[in-house]
Design a binder for this molecule. Sequence first.
Ligand code: CU
Length: 143
Amino acid sequence: MLALLVALLALAGCGSSSSGSSSTAASTSAPAETTPATSTSTPATSGGSSNVKLEANPEGQLAYNTKSLSAKAGTVSIDFTNSSPLPHNVTIESSSGAKVGATPTFSGGSKSLSVNLKPGTYKFFCSVPGHRQAGMEGTLTVQ
Ligand SMILES: [Cu+2]
């Protein structure tokens, strides 16, 4: 009876030997995917463009709302509004008197004219007969 007990204890003692195998945690960390940064840098416009607003006198006087405009050299957009009952236009003329561009003659609404201008002094006027003489003209300075 006693021998059996000893035998059982002995067995238990032997079985308590723990195996020291430590499970090595497999570190399978995938490398972070580096998405290539698409740099959308806006290229500096060399020519430049400017927008100029001009308005005819809405009461029907033969006048623009200004006699002097200025713009940067390059593409110049002139937004001309004519709320007057009289038809008008905007004509651009170089200092030598050459016509550079013009909007159609119209009444009501607005039209825009896009011209490529070099630095210099230009004239803007309405080419409807009598209008320029009456005062519908001004100076456009391009720098
Ligand atoms: Cu006019």
